[in-house]
Design a protein around this ligand. Structure first.
Ligand SMILES: C[S@@+](CC[C@H](N)C(=O)[O-])C[C@H]1O[C@@H](n2cnc3c(N)ncnc32)[C@H](O)[C@@H]1O
Length: 411
């Protein structure tokens, strides 16, 4: 009926299908849509280990292909219906996002960076405004167990079997621009392009490293990975679902209409030289606002960042020694520096550290609130069910929730 959203309508129609019901006649490899395509390792350390392409081409907007071992693939089947709408949005939030003027962002040309994404309306702090599912997931061990050519071939099959291979191949693969130039020259001479090299470049440029379906993987989320540029002090961040199959982009702070949406491809909080060094792996020199600051301001920012990192170490050390009041005092001082640096994740981690180490009620409550706002405690009822006591108990190793902390970085 008018004005009432039916969540099932928002799901990809195919996600509502009983994917896990084998249908021997029509889908002999169910839940997979194709016969797994396998390669066996001939390297001594992993001799005989098989890695195969497992595709479910009706899952999500583009289908999903795993390059996994058979046993990992069996376990991954339970995550095929990992839907971002369930992981990241309450019903109200889904209504806000999907009813009305459509998504609050668009893709535009950004000088010096090809394309980028800008906000088309104000996006509120902590709002979830983009979602996607992985299209290609590759077990990082496959890269070691198989030769480069074997990996490339598996990647090619993985992309071929998706619903929209052309969309994936359209993505930028500039990561190895220099290497690519060298390769082109070589190809001009030899006239035989390596099969799967394009897909490999696209993965290197766009994939996120993390745990997907319990496997350390590189995963490509095409709607999102494709166009969001990097900034060292980003206005948004990437949040993964528990299984890692879905991801969302959330705002760290209010974003104004026309402002570019950015995420960090690196761990936050590092000084300029380290950042530039690390970003080189993506084949570009960062020209974000922070890296483009005049020398003096950049040095001030670097100094703050170094002091924040030192303070964090010291806080933990003090807390471990039982010098709680001193730890809290230093933490309060650091919070000011962190505010100046605009690094909300660091702030959250600091609160978390304090809450854990000192069990100080006030900081614990702040940690609970901030982690909730950042989306680390789930949505709706799941989020509301979190208590300070539960948070404290989950701080040790940060349990299932904490496993999502390290994931925002690309590899
Ligand atoms: C995942 S893509 C992002 C979308 C890209 N701008 C496009 O049009 O396809 C990553 C590429 O964007 C460009 N890029 C992203 N962030 C940048 C930054 N902070 N400074 C300079 N170039 C950047 C680089 O060319 C990089 O290889």
């Amino acid at each position: 009926s008018v004005g009432v959203i039916d969540i099932d309508e928002l799901l990809q129609p195919n996600l509502a299908q009983p994917l896990l019901t084998p249908d021997p006649q029509h889908r002999p490899h169910a839940p997979w849509s194709h016969k797994p395509h396998c390669t066996t390792s001939t390297r001594l350390a992993t001799l005989g280990q098989r890695y195969c392409v497992y595709t479910a081409n009706t899952t999500g907007p583009h289908g999903i292909s795993f390059v996994f071992t058979p046993s990992s693939a069996r376990l991954a089947t339970k995550y095929l219906d990992d839907n971002p709408l369930d992981s990241f949005l309450t019903r109200d939030e889904a209504e806000n996002l999907f009813l009305g003027d459509g998504p609050p962002w668009k893709i535009i040309d950004v000088p010096g960076k090809d394309k980028g994404v800008v906000a088309t309306r104000k996006i509120k702090q902590y709002e979830t405004f983009m979602m996607d599912q992985a299209a290609v997931v590759v077990d990082m061990d496959a890269e070691k167990a198989l030769s480069a050519e074997e990996n490339q071939k598996l990647l090619k099959v993985a992309v071929d079997r998706l619903l929209v291979p052309a969309m994936i191949r359209d993505m930028s693969g500039k990561h190895n621009r220099l290497e690519e130039d060298a390769r082109k020259k070589k190809a001009d001479h030899e006239d035989d392009e390596e099969e799967g090299k394009l897909e490999e470049d696209i993965m290197k440029t766009n994939a996120y490293g993390g745990t997907v379906a319990d496997v350390s993987s590189r995963a490509l989320y095409p709607l999102i990975s494709q166009r969001i540029n990097h900034a060292c002090n980003p206005n948004s961040f990437v949040l993964f679902s528990r299984a890692g199959v879905s991801m969302a982009i959330k705002a760290y702070r209010d974003i104004q209409p026309g402002e570019e949406i950015t995420v960090s491809y690196l761990l936050l909080g590092q000084p300029f030289t380290e950042r530039q060094h690390l970003i080189k792996r993506w084949g570009f020199a960062c020209t974000c606002d922070l890296c483009s600051l005049p020398d003096k301001e950049r040095q001030a920012s670097d100094l703050r960042r170094t002091m924040i990192a030192r303070a964090e170490e010291k806080i933990v050390e003090l807390a471990n020694k039982g010098e709680i009041h001193e730890a809290i005092r230093l933490a309060e001082e650091s919070v000011e520096m962190i505010r100046e640096e605009d690094s909300y994740v660091m702030l959250a981690m600091l609160y978390r550290e304090i809450a854990h180490r000192t069990k100080a009620e006030e900081y614990g409550q702040k940690a609970l609130e901030l982690l909730g706002n950042l989306g680390f405690l789930g949505v709706g009822e799941e989020r509301d069910a979190w208590t300070l006591g539960m948070l404290m108990r989950n701080m040790e190793g940060f349990g299932g929730v904490g496993s999502r902390w390290g994931k925002g970085k690309r590899q």
